[in-house]
Design a protein around this ligand. Sequence first.
Ligand code: IMP
Ligand code: MG
Length: 178
Amino acid sequence: MKENIAKILLTEDRLRARIAELGAEVTRDYAGKNLLVLGILKGAVLFMADLIREIKIPLSYDFMAVSSYGASTQSSGVVRILKDLERSVEDIHILICEDIVDTGLTLKYLKENLSGRNPLSVKIITLLDKPARRKVEVTPDYKGFEIPDEFVVGYGLDYNEQYRNLPYVGILKPEAYK
Ligand code: IMP
Ligand code: MG
């Protein structure tokens, strides 16, 4: 696994420190509000698990699963809901929790879809942002790190369902996906 990583981009220590800051921001911004943290499976799971423990106000969480990439490193542009929310969201502030915003196609679709269900608000928190690759306009409300246009894995992010359990974010060697 490690031998396919060209470079560690974000160490465990950097992730932990930044996520503590993000948690503090969310704690401040949502104090007194009914908050639902909505994780997008499967990539956001590690980030979300660490983030919610840094949010010091009551919250609930749920998950959605959408298809975007399949087994390739290119977005298909087609977004399909594979697993939906379990309850209505009309009395709730939704914070969508993502691993990475790349083309923006997934989040643009999700934000529009969720807004149509009349929640009190919909915002986006993402661990990583790759603005160089954006195809549609989506601006995360909170982001951990801006990263260059490289394919990264680890800390929830996969290539072909592998590498999600690496505790850091690393750049995958191009020969590992050719
Ligand atoms: P978007 O719709 O192009 O913004 O893609 C979002 C999804 O693509 C993310 O939730 C990831 O699952 C996947 N993705 C985008 N870039 C990367 C990457 O560098 N490594 C691993 N997965 C990625
Ligand atoms: Mg993926």
